[in-house]
Write a protein that binds this ligand. Structure first.
Ligand SMILES: [Zn+2]
Length: 487
């Protein structure tokens, strides 16, 4: 290939060279990846470490722990406009950076199977190996921010650490994607973010904001100052604790919130509990405990769900681009918000109760559980008569239930860590089929809600499963203990 036959196109960090011989690009790929030590001077040494420090994983078991405090913001017209402006720009940046990474990723894939038509030799694959094509990195994109700011003046109005955090988010999305690929899963490619999905931006350190708290008698007045945005009233409905590490501004439909992530001293652990529990998550009941107690799905779900359906229907009658349609959309957003808040309250309440009462809490690992669980609601809908109202609740939106389980287990595990409780997740396979009394396998149809066994065990199906989950959890812990003892 002669030098003049090639046209260089800079695309983010990857340079690719088109072979123009036949007038059409046949796509020979080369990289111009800069060595990693060519980071700008000011990024060296301490500042890199500092940057990493902010994103480092929370060390559990240490005295310092992170706690989030969320407060309502009351921006005026001007500041609200500016907040929206920042959010829109951040989303734009996220999508642009995503598209750059996506192109690089696809290019990488394509190049690895290119064949030179003349020789029949796989050219690009060896090139990939030799030239060490990598994915567009966070640092590469971060360096481009300087250029972006020169080209687009509106970006100068945004704190640079906020923009860096946008890229960091994207990095995390890709890290997760590649990690899951490596684990043999089939994750979805990181998605472009619409207006409704991208709803927050973050100040990852102490720069760009200031919180002023004034005490006026009994009243506590809070004001959040944000550079280039202005001051916004904060309603401090509960006291802030610890040292603020990050500040996140979040939009929920038409309301704004600030979330302070604070480093606080770990509080006193709860006294040792004498009860342990296994928990089966399900469609019929949110949770069935191994002692036979149940946590039902919050009843208001279905009412809120109905409202949501009605509003979605109303939206479908509105003309595209009309004001009424916008209003209808906002109403749907509000319905979603209401469901989310109700669910959160409910989960907080019940996870608190569980953690206060039990020392060892065993859940099924939902990621594994999902595979076996999938047909459950479907079969209920297929007209099989199911007692305990399973059929009625089977109609509940599956995604809502899914989200519900994950969030619930998440809250339990955070609270458990604070309180010094043990929470583990076990493989849920066959937990509903094995008899908790004698260990024999009793295959059951999904519609069979009762467990009967020759050994005399008579139990609700889910309680039987919960007992098995607890037993499995204790097995896992027993296996772990000797190793941790010698270590
Ligand atoms: Zn039995």
């Amino acid at each position: 290939m002669a030098e003049e036959d090639l046209i260089r196109i800079r695309h983010g960090a990857i340079m690719y060279l088109w072979n123009m011989e036949n007038g059409s690009p046949s796509g020979f790929l080369l990289t111009c990846w800069k060595p990693s030590n060519s980071l700008p001077e000011r990024m060296h040494g301490q500042s890199i470490q500092k940057l990493f420090g902010y994103y480092g994983p929370m060390q559990q078991g240490e005295k310092q722990m992170r706690k989030a405090f969320k407060y309502r913001l009351y921006p005026n017209q001007t500041t609200e406009k500016r907040l929206s402006f920042v959010l829109t720009r951040c989303r734009e940046l996220y999508n642009a950076a995503l598209s750059e990474r996506k192109d690089a990723y696809q290019l990488h894939q394509r190049s690895s199977c290119l064949v030179n038509p003349e020789t029949g030799v796989v050219v690009a694959a060896t090139m990939v190996a030799n030239m060490r094509v990598r994915h567009v990195s966070y640092y590469e994109q971060k360096r481009d921010l300087v250029e972006i700011k020169q080209l687009r003046e509106d970006y100068q109005e945004i704190a640079s650490h906020v923009l860096q955090d946008v890229l960091m988010r994207l990095k995390r999305a890709f890290d997760n994607f590649f990690r899951r690929l490596a684990q043999g899963e089939h994750p979805g490619f990181p998605r472009f973010q619409g207006r409704a999905r991208y709803d927050s931006f973050m100040y990852p350190d102490g720069a760009g904001w200031k919180l002023l708290v004034e005490e006026q008698g009994k009243k506590i007045k809070g004001t959040l100052h944000l550079t280039k945005i202005g001051q916004i009233k904060v309603k401090l409905h509960r006291p802030l604790e610890g040292r603020i590490k990050t500040v996140t501004i979040k939009r929920e439909v038409d309301q704004w919130f600030v979330i302070f992530s604070c480093e606080v001293e770990a509080s006193e652990k709860l006294e040792l509990g004498y009860e342990d529990v296994g928990i089966d998550l399900g469609v019929t009941h949110l949770a069935t405990l191994s002692n036979g107690e149940m946590i039902e799905h919050p009843r208001h779900y279905r009412k809120a769900q109905k409202t949501l359906e009605k509003r979605q229907q109303a939206l479908s009658h509105q003309k595209k681009g009309s004001h009424r349609r916008e209003r209808a959309k906002r109403r749907i957003g509000k319905a979603h918000r209401k469901i989310a808040r109700q669910r959160q309250d409910f989960h907080h309440k019940h996870s608190r109760q569980l953690v206060n009462r039990y020392q060892i809490i065993v859940f099924e690992d939902i990621h594994i559980g999902n595979l076996t669980r999938r047909p459950k609601p479907k079969q209920d809908e297929n007209g099989k008569s199911v007692p305990n109202g399973a059929a009625a609740k089977g109609g509940l939106n599956k995604s809502i239930l899914d989200a519900g389980w994950g969030a619930f287990v998440g809250m339990c595990s955070v609270k458990a860590a604070w309180a010094g409780r043990t929470l583990i997740k076990v493989n849920p396979q066959f937990t509903s089929q094995v008899c908790s009394g004698c260990g024999q396998v009793r295959t059951k149809d999904l519609s069979e809600r009762w467990h009967t066994c020759d050994c005399g065990t008579e139990l609700d199906r889910d309680v039987n499963a919960a007992i098995n989950i607890l037993a499995r959890g204790k097995q896992v812990l027993a296996r772990k203990e000797p190793t941790s003892g010698t270590a």
